[in-house]
Design a protein around this ligand. Sequence first.
Ligand code: HEM
Length: 212
Amino acid sequence: MINVISRALNTCSVSENSEFAARIVEMGKRCRSFLNITPDDVQALRAMAGRVAASADAIVSAAASSLLADPEGRECVQRSGLTLERAAELFKYWLAAVFGGDYGDRHAILVAKIGLAHVKSGVKEQLMVETMGTFARELAGLSSNTAEAVAVVKALYWNLSIMLYSYSIVREVVRKRAIGVDEKLYERLIQVFAKEVYGELSSALKEAEKQL
Ligand code: HEM
């Protein structure tokens, strides 16, 4: 499975690729621990799997409707050539992993790979966050107790966090290859400019508030 990520990141050297794959595995563990995803949570998700599968058509169709009702979402769907049938198939495949996965290393790699597919298709991170929100909205009513509801929240954040980590990794690779800026230098640049940019943007927000 680690090779899957390595292949997807074939712009790097072999050692860089396995380093990134290892980082994804590490991220999966760190995020699982941060969110405190326990074996009981994994069990709670599995207990919901049948209910979710039975409602999958409705969940997927509601998420797709929200995406298509949004100008950016619609534009992204059209540009990527994604059909509704294909989207439904992919969403269902992912839902099966959310409610049947073990939140271990292989699962983290599978989710990172899904994230990479979106970077490749030019789907903006904002749309990923919002679409995850539509899944949260649709799944909220399917839990039969608080433990299940909490497990769903943890699971969706874990998925989103790993998908977005794929975006950071691609950005990191591109920055390094295209403009020769490595991650530490980039982080330092952000620190150097952050205060100045923060000042400008907060003034702009204050001005905007006054106009409201
Ligand atoms: C929580 C949000 C989302 C989930 C869970 C999800 C799920 C998936 C999955 C499982 C795949 C297959 C990835 C792979 O090949 O390994 C995929 C691919 C794709 N998704 Fe999403 N998706 C989400 C949001 C979006 C959004 C907002 C768009 C915007 C149009 C989008 C467009 C695509 C496209 C174009 C592909 C590639 C299609 C293909 O391989 O035929 N997805 N998605």
